[in-house]
Design a protein around this ligand. Sequence first.
Ligand code: ME8
Length: 511
Amino acid sequence: MKKFYITTPIYYPSADFHIGHCYTTIIADAIARYKRLTGYDVFFQTGTDEHGEKIEKKAMEAGVTPKEFVDKIIENSKDLWKSLDISYDYFIRTTDKKHEEAVQKIFKKLYDQGDIYKGEYKGLYCVPCESFWTDSQLVDGKCPDCGREVKEVSEESYFFKLSKYQDRLVKFYDDNPNFILPLSRKNEMINNFIKPGLEDLCVSRTSFKWGIPVSFDEKHVVYVWIDALSNYITSLGYPDESSEEFKKYWPADLHLVGKEIVRFHTIIWPIMLMALDLPLPHQVFGHGWLIIDGGKISKSLGNYKDPREYINSYGVDAVRYYALREVPFGSDGNFSEEALISRINTDLANILGNLVNRTISMIHKYFDGTLINNDKTEDIDRDLVDSVLDLKNKVEDKMNGLKINEAIIEIMEVLKKCNKYIDDTTPWILAKDETKKERLSTVLYNILESVRICAILLSPFIPTTSSKILNQINTKKVSYDSTANFGALELGILLNKPEILFARIDMDSKK
Ligand code: ME8
C-alpha cells in the first residue's frame, strides 16, 4: 500500500484560538481524508509546540510553572480539533519525554560532527515569533513577520552552520522544483534569504529556562525552532532509524504550513536533515492567511470569535466547507460571518441539501421509498451521466495539484447539473401520468446515483454530511472505486426518511 505522511505545524498552546488557526488543520484533514479514501496508508500528524520564552512568560503571569500552564491549556487544542472532526493519527507534544530526549540526541550529534559550535550571539530577537533577525531584515526597525518591537540580546550561544549547507540546499531546490509550493514562496526564499547568504543560526539560549536543556551544557536550552521542527521525525521514533514508523513513513510527503513559517521549513529544516544524513520531505506548501477586513486576524484587534461559536451556530461541516471552498489554496482569503452564511445558503442548503431532500422525498412519495429503475433512458440523461463519470478523475487531478477549492467546485458543478436535470425532466409532472412511471423511476435513480457519487467524493471535505447523505440513501456502495461507474447503487433498497441537511439561514437574524 502506498503511504502518505502529512503534517500540520505544531501549534503554540493557546486559550484563544481563532478561525485562522483552524485553517491549516482543516486543509490537512481534508487532504489526509482524501488520501485515505483513495487507498493510501496515511499518517497525519499535528501537535503542540510548548517550549520557549513566550510560554515561560505567560506561565509566570499566571503564577504557575510552564509545565502546569501547558498541561492545562493543551486540552483546548485537542478539544478544538475534535470539534472540527480532525482525523489526526498522532498528536505530539514537544514536552513528551520521548521527543525531549530525541532532540537532545539530535543536538549532540550535530555538535559532535562539528555542525554546531559555541560562540557569542549579539543581535535582535522577536519574542512572540521566537525569531532572530539582522538589521537589514527589519521593517521600520520592527519584526518583519509581526511588526512588533525586537530586543537586543547578547549571550553565549551555540550556532548551527547553515552556511556550510547553502550550496547543497540550492541544488536540492533545483533538483526538486516542486519542493516549495506555491512557486512564489520559493522565489521569496531564494531572493530574501539565500541570495544575501545564509548566516549561521543561533540555536541555544541561556536567558530563560523553559526549553530542552542541551545535554552536555545544561545552562543552555535548545532554540525552540530546532526543538519544534524535530517533531516531524521524533514522533516516528527517530533517532531509532530502524523503528517501524520511521521506516514506513519518513520522508514526509507534505508539510503544510502558513506562509510566515515557510522559511523555517524550507531552509532550517532541510539543512537539519542534510546534516543528520536523512532524506528530505517531498513538499512544503505555504498557504495564505485568513484575514479580516484586509488585516490578519488578531487578538489585540479583538476581531474574532472562538471558532467553536461558529461550529455551534452553523455546524462543523459548514465551517469546514467555508474554509476549504472560499479561499483559493495558497492565497490570502477574507473571513466574514456574512460570507460564511452566504456559502451555507447557496451551496450547502440550496445546491446540496435541497437536492438530496427533494430527491429522497420524491422516491418516498412516488415509490414508497423503494429505489427502482425501469431503464427508460432518454438522450437528456447522457449529459448528467457523463459529467458524473468524469468527476472522480477531475477531483483527483485537482487534489493532486492541491487545488482543493477547485476540487469542491467540480463536485458542486455536478450537483448543480442534477438540479437542472430535475427542472428539465420535471418528475412531478411524470408522476401524474401512470404511463410515465417507468421513466420516472429512471429519472429518480439517475439523480440519486449522482448524489451518491458526489457524497462519497465530498466525504474528505464535509465528512458528517457525506455520511448523513449515504445513510439516508441506505446504500452499502460507499467505496471510492464505486464512484468510477454509474449504476452501482443497489436496486430495491428502502431509503431512510429524508432529513434536512442544512437549513437556510436568515442573514438579517444574525445582524
Ligand atoms: O507557527 N490564517 O505556531 P502557531 C491562516 N509553533 N493560518 C493561520 C492564521 C491565519 N489568520 N493564524 C495562524 C507556529 N495561522 C509554530 C509552528 S512547526 C514546527 C512550529 C497558522 O500556533 C500559521 O500560519 O503560531 C501556522 O501554520 C499555524 O496556524 C500554527 O501557528
